[in-house]
Write a protein that binds this ligand. Structure first.
Ligand code: SAH
Length: 233
């Protein structure tokens, strides 16, 4: 997530900046960009960062939002309110999922000032508006809490993606090799009367599913087949 930055536009309270740094570090995000912060650096910011002061120290400061996002290809503006300038809207989860396919471009998620939020001229720099779903009549979250939710979605989307990424290599078993293993298991299952003769197909489908979603290499498939062959003997 090195390509994702959190941008805070004209934040009034240093304490919120500190709380944002903490929220980011909890979720493994490190690039904080501040546009004209009003009360910064401040003791409040350091205190509320609770140990994420490295993020504060490395924060980059800009005098305009335009400069803070100049090198970004994908810019999201977080705002609870529908503005005259209607941008396509996106939820934090959708945004997080979008970023999975965009590892090689710079991405900014921009948050507005505590009192006025993001105005049309700032949203005009954004590709989409991010809205955190809330109840209709009380939709404005505290700045750091809004950042926390977005960072959490980014973190979980990227974790999940890494765990489930299928990393096929030259050594990965081919579909044919996997199929030969499945057929062998089916044969054995019939022989030892493990499959239900009334519904033999059900077991075949489940075994095929288990083997297909595995990341077996060719030699692992051979090993399994060899083992089962011996077992059969
Ligand atoms: N009073 C301001 C809100 C300020 S809250 C207004 O009405 O716009 C500070 C920032 O937190 C907002 O600018 C926005 O970036 C973010 N934020 C708060 N609640 C949000 C929500 N429900 N959806 C998206 N962003 C939100």
């Amino acid at each position: 997530m090195q390509n994702i930055r959190i941008v805070l536009d004209q934040t009034s309270h240093g304490g919120n900046i500190g709380a944002v740094a903490r929220a980011m570090k909890n979720m493994d995000l490190y690039h904080l960009y501040l546009v004209n912060p009003k009360d910064y650096p401040s003791e409040d910011a350091t205190a509320r960062s609770s140990g994420a002061d490295d993020i504060l120290r490395n924060a980059q400061i800009f005098s305009s939002l335009k400069d803070a996002v100049a090198d970004c290809q994908y810019v999201i503006g977080a705002s609870a309110r529908a503005r005259e300038l209607s941008l396509p809207t996106i939820t934090p989860r959708e945004f997080a999922n979008d970023t999975l396919a965009l590892m090689n471009i710079n991405i900014a998620c921009v948050f507005g000032n505590e009192r006025v939020g993001l105005e049309n001229r700032q949203l005009a720099l954004c590709n989409k508006q991010l809205i955190i779903p809330t109840q209709e009549k009380f939709s404005s979250l505290n700045l750091a809490m809004a950042v926390q939710i977005v960072c959490y979605e980014l973190y979980t989307a990227h974790q999940f993606d890494q765990k489930h990424a299928i990393t096929a290599t030259d050594e990965s078993a081919t579909s044919g090799e996997k199929e030969s293993l499945v057929e062998f298991i089916e044969e054995l299952a019939t022989e030892v009367k493990f499959s239900n003769p009334g519904q033999p197909k059900k077991l075949s489908v489940r075994i095929r599913q288990i083997v297909s979603k595995s990341n077996f290499t060719s030699s692992e498939v051979s090993l399994m087949r060899g083992f089962l062959k011996n077992f059969k003997k």
